[in-house]
Write a protein that binds this ligand. Structure first.
Ligand SMILES: [Zn+2]
Ligand SMILES: [Zn+2]
Length: 121
């Protein structure tokens, strides 16, 4: 019953030997503290992130917004016209539109004139 050598603890990363688990842990934490991040499985990249544009009238799908719009103009002209008409009659919608338009005019139009604020040097 002699000569049985206790197997040393080995750092699985750099193969350095340690007598005590605590030492190994300490070594791992100090020498390879970045290692955890490298070992972690990389997040699988989502492959299917294709955006699909759907026709709101018939549900047909298109790869680009332009295609979808063209489809609507070509296939659903009447529906589109109807919808616009409906929106024009919608007071709430038109009210919002007017408000927005006024905001834009306020913010965008004021700068061009530039007559209000004059600073003398
Ligand atoms: Zn190591
Ligand atoms: Zn459609």
């Amino acid at each position: 019953m002699a000569g049985k050598k206790k197997a040393g603890l080995r750092c699985p990363i750099c193969k350095e030997e340690f007598k005590y688990v605590a030492n190994l842990v300490g070594h791992l934490l100090s020498a390879h503290k970045d290692y955890d991040e490298q070992v972690e499985e990389p997040e699988p990249e989502p492959e299917e992130e294709k955006e699909v544009y759907e026709c709101e009238f018939c549900g047909a799908q298109f790869e680009t917004e332009a295609e979808a719009q063209q489809h609507v103009y070509e296939e659903h002209k009447e529906e589109l016209a109807k919808r616009v008409e409906e929106l024009m009659q919608d007071e709430e919608f038109m009210g919002e539109l007017k408000e927005k338009a006024q905001e834009v005019l306020k913010n965008g139009g004021g700068e061009n004139e530039g007559g209000d604020k004059k600073e003398d040097k």
